[in-house]
Design a binder for this molecule. Structure first.
Ligand code: DGL
Length: 269
């Protein structure tokens, strides 16, 4: 038993998709969430910058005495060198391998689409993971540079036709390929899954990368006997590096429930 919190981080709102699933699976676990909203988007950064940002995010969560870290960001998960993860003094789960496993088990016709940020697609992490699990699977990987900025801009502007146009452009080739499984490889994307579904169709299975990471975290906490002994619902903590009010209201809009107020913090040098 371990009553310390589970730490979750992302560049912004997307990490809440992992938080949503963690709360559902482990309602008595306290969560400390960090969204690096000052430096979002991460998906257009180079690997060195992503490493620096990820180290800042991890250091912040460790300063909150977390027992476990969920990297609820496809961009960081796919670019962070193994040695950085190995140096973290608590267990860490990213989104790539749980998501790949779920997609490989889901496909029936052996065609998987992947949508993610430019840095994530460039890393090839999803593509390599799928091919390593089953070389016969055909993978269609699509970089989607416009989606995170559009989702994060909600609250300044409405989510309107611009996002549907971007989704049509990104999803068209995957729809035409006949893929039966689509990896939402960036944790922001499940926040607009109804729009994605409208464009890609009802038949395809959508794999939510944040939710898969949460599931893996639950299994790991159970396996190591680190589940909390709390009997009541804990008060979670949400931190962001800019504009806490917008984060609070956007998270309510996207998740359909109020999560509690976000607190402004500074991280890094
Ligand atoms: N949610 C992050 C991811 O999964 C978004 C990265 C970004 O800020 O571009 O990749």
């Amino acid at each position: 038993m371990d009553n310390r919190a589970v730490g979750v981080f992302d560049s912004g709102l997307g990490g809440l998709t992992a938080v949503r699933e963690l709360r559902r699976l482990l309602p008595n676990e306290k969560i400390v969430f960090l969204g690096d909203t000052l430096r979002v988007p991460y998906g257009t950064r180079d690997a060195e910058t992503l490493r620096e940002f990820a180290e800042d995010d991890i250091d912040f969560l460790l300063s909150k005495n977390v027992k476990y870290i969920v990297i609820a960001c496809g961009t960081v998960s796919s670019n962070l060198p193994d040695e950085v993860i190995a140096s973290v003094p608590v267990p860490v789960t990213g989104v790539i391998s749980p998501t790949v496993s779920a997609a490989v088990s889901s496909t029936r016709n052996g065609i998987i689409g992947v949508i993610a940020t430019p840095a994530c697609i460039r890393s090839g992490a999803y593509q390599k993971g799928i091919t390593a699990a089953d070389p016969s699977i055909q993978v269609l990987a699509q970089s989607c540079p416009r989606l995170v900025p559009l989702i994060e801009s909600f609250g300044v502007s409405e989510l309107g036709s611009e996002i549907d146009e971007a989704l049509e452009e990104y999803l068209g080739p995957i729809r035409d390929s006949g893929a039966d499984t689509l990896i939402l490889g960036c944790t922001h994307y499940p926040l607009v899954s109804h729009r994605i579904r409208r464009i890609i169709g009802r038949e395809i299975t959508l794999i939510d990368s944040g939710a898969q990471a949460a599931k893996t975290a639950k299994e790991a906490l159970e396996a190591s006997g680190s589940i909390s002994s709390r009997k009541n619902m804990p008060k979670h903590e949400f931190y962001v590096t800019s504009d806490p009010d917008r984060f609070t209201s956007s998270s309510g809009y996207f998740l359909g429930e109020a999560l509690g107020r976000a607190t402004l913090t500074t991280i890094g040098k």
